[in-house]
Ligand binder design. Structure first.
Ligand code: PEP
Length: 246
């Protein structure tokens, strides 16, 4: 089943009020490519001004807390993000799994909280290079899905992003055959976890997606879009990737 593609940008800890000018051309491209969903996830501080500047463009967050409120200094709840204008939240990005030691159970709680607040959760999974070299890539990702996917997840509000850790920010990508193998395995696992909802959950590929490789990666079976880091920071790079999804 061909699903409507989603191209989401993850600005990580980059951007400024001035950088929001990039959103004008990105929003224009999103309007032009009406068959593709487009989202940009800037740092927390830019969510509200981004949503105000381009109300027609989906703005997302890069994380949320698993609880609704409480004594969690420095954290932001999903409802706060929704109030600021966010429509999505990335959860379980490998940088947070590594830097903040987030576990699958915490990622699952964040996804549940995001969906509960009316956001779409993008749950990230992906193997390290050592795990791939050991022939364990599929098993690792299946384990992450087991632990991170909300069991009552619905296709309308749940997205999975497959991001091999070794491909993020390195300029390296898996072969299209390896991407196809992993996305097929994720599709099968989602069916096992979510039943009838599984086939409709979009599976994004992420890791060094650039204008010159986007079209090829986005044409692989069961690649329903892309999560883009570095190349989402400028319209000059992000717009051709959006166009590659058509
Ligand atoms: C990411 O961090 O989600 C990502 C895919 O980064 P990059 O595109 O820069 O590899």
């Amino acid at each position: 089943m061909a699903l409507r593609k989603l191209v989401a940008g993850n600005w990580k800890m980059n951007g400024s009020l001035e950088a929001l000018a990039e959103l004008d051309a990105i929003a224009a491209a999103a309007r032009e490519q009406a068959g593709v969903d487009v989202a940009v996830c800037p740092p927390f501080t830019l969510i509200a001004p981004a949503a105000q500047r381009q109300p027609g463009l989906a703005i997302g967050a890069q994380d949320c807390h698993g609880n609704a409120k409480g004594a969690h200094t420095g954290c932001v709840s999903a409802a706060m993000l929704a109030e600021a204008g966010a429509k999505l939240a990335i959860v379980g990005h490998s940088e947070r799994r590594a830097d903040q030691h987030e576990t699958d159970a915490e990622v699952q709680a964040k996804a549940v909280a995001a969906i509960g607040a009316g956001l779409t959760a993008i749950v990230c999974v992906g193997e390290t290079e050592a795990e791939r070299d050991a022939g364990r890539a599929v098993a690792v990702v299946e384990g992450q899905l087991d632990g991170s996917i909300p069991r009552d997840g619905k296709a309308a509000t749940l997205v999975v992003a497959y991001e091999p850790v070794w491909a993020i920010g390195t300029g390296r990508t898996p072969s299209t055959a390896d991407v196809a193998e992993m996305h097929a395995a994720i599709r099968t696992k989602l069916g096992a976890l979510l039943g009838g909802e599984g086939p409709g959950v979009r599976i994004l590929y992420g890791g060094s997606v650039k204008p010159d490789n986007a079209r090829e990666l986005l044409a692989v079976a069961d690649v329903d879009g892309a999560l883009v880091g570095g190349a989402s920071l400028t319209a000059a790079q992000f717009v051709p990737i959006i166009e590659g999804a058509v």
